[in-house]
Design a protein around this ligand. Structure first.
Ligand code: SAM
Length: 256
C-alpha cells in the first residue's frame, strides 16, 4: 500500500534535496540560496533548468538522468506529489536534482538575475478563466525575466489546445523566437534521437491524457529581456473535454 500524505510530508522534511518555502515560511525565513544555488547546493558552475508545476517530477528526474552536466530543480506547491520525484532522485543518487516546494507566483524570490537557463512547463493547468494564472501569461513571463537568462528557452508540453493556442498567440504577438512547435508530438516525423528522448519522457498527467486519446502538443520559445510583453488580443476556443473532466473530478486523482 502507498504511503499516506502525512507520512510523505514527514519523510520529505528529512530529504536533503527538498526545500520547502510556501508563503507562510518565506514570510518568516528569507531564502538564503537566491543567487547561490550553484555554490551552496550543487557545488558546481553548471546551468540550472527549472520545471514549474512539476507534480511528481518526472521531467526533473529524467532530465537529470539524461544530462548529468546540468542542474535541475522541480517546483510545485503539492508536497505529496513532489515526494515521489524527490525520493527517486535520492535513491538513484542524482546529485544534480533538487526540488523546491513553493507557490510559483513568488518564484522570483528564489532565483537571482540570469541564474536560470531554461524553464519547463509540463501539463500546466490551462486556467481558462483567468489569464493571469496561466504559467505562460505576461504576468508570469515578467516574473521569469527576473532570473531567466536573456533569450532563455521556455518549453511548454501540454494536452490543452487552449493553453497551446494562447501561448502561440502570445508568442506571435510579441515576436518571440520559436525554434520548434508541434500540435501532435507523437505523430511528428523527423525528430532526431536526442529530441525524441527528451520529449518522450511522460508525466503522470500526460499518461492520463494520452489514454484519453488527446494529442500532446509541445513548443519551445525564447524569452528576451527587452520589450513590454503584450497579451494576445484573440478569442481562444475553450477545451470542452476539460469541462467534462471537471465534472468527473471526484473520480480522478487530483488530490495527490
Ligand atoms: C496538472 S498538474 C501537472 C503535474 C505534472 N507536471 C504532470 O505533468 O504530471 C499541475 C501542477 O502544477 C502545480 N501548480 C499549479 N499552479 C501552481 C502554483 N501557482 N504554484 C505551485 N504549483 C502550482 C500543481 O500543484 C500541480 O502539481
Amino acid at each position: 500500500m502507498g504511503k499516506g500524505k502525512l507520512a510523505k510530508f514527514a519523510e520529505m522534511e528529512t530529504f536533503r534535496n527538498v526545500f520547502q518555502y510556501p508563503y507562510s515560511v518565506l514570510e518568516k525565513v528569507p531564502f538564503e540560496m537566491k543567487g547561490h544555488w550553484r555554490e551552496m547546493y550543487f557545488h558546481n558552475t553548471r546551468p540550472i533548468i527549472l520545471e514549474l508545476g512539476c507534480g511528481k517530477g518526472e521531467y526533473t528526474v529524467e532530465l537529470g538522468r539524461l544530462f548529468p552536466q546540468v542542474n535541475f530543480i522541480g517546483v510545485d506547491i503539492k508536497g505529496a506529489r513532489m515526494w515521489t520525484g524527490a525520493r527517486k532522485a535520492l535513491e538513484d543518487g542524482l546529485e544534480n536534482v533538487a526540488f523546491l516546494r513553493t507557490n510559483i507566483e513568488m518564484i522570483d524570490r528564489f532565483f537571482d538575475q540570469d541564474e536560470v537557463q531554461e524553464i519547463w512547463l509540463t501539463f500546466s493547468d490551462p486556467q481558462m478563466k483567468n489569464a493571469r494564472k496561466r504559467l505562460t501569461s505576461s504576468y508570469f513571463l515578467n516574473r521569469y525575466r527576473n532570473f531567466l537568462m536573456d533569450g532563455g528557452l521556455i518549453h511548454l508540453k501540454t494536452d490543452s489546445n487552449f493553453l497551446f493556442t494562447y501561448t502561440r498567440e502570445l508568442v506571435r504577438a510579441n515576436r518571440f523566437d520559436v525554434p520548434f512547435a508541434t500540435q501532435d508530438l507523437y505523430h511528428e516525423k523527423g525528430l532526431d534521437d536526442a529530441t525524441q528522448k527528451i520529449l518522450g519522457i511522460q508525466t503522470y498527467y500526460e499518461k492520463m491524457w494520452i489514454e484519453r486519446g488527446i494529442p500532446i502538443k509541445y513548443m519551445k520559445f525564447q524569452l528576451p529581456h527587452k520589450g513590454i510583453i503584450q497579451e494576445p488580443d484573440v478569442e481562444i476556443p475553450l477545451d470542452d473535454y476539460r469541462s467534462y473532466r471537471r465534472d468527473k473530478r471526484s473520480t480522478l486523482d487530483y488530490s495527490k
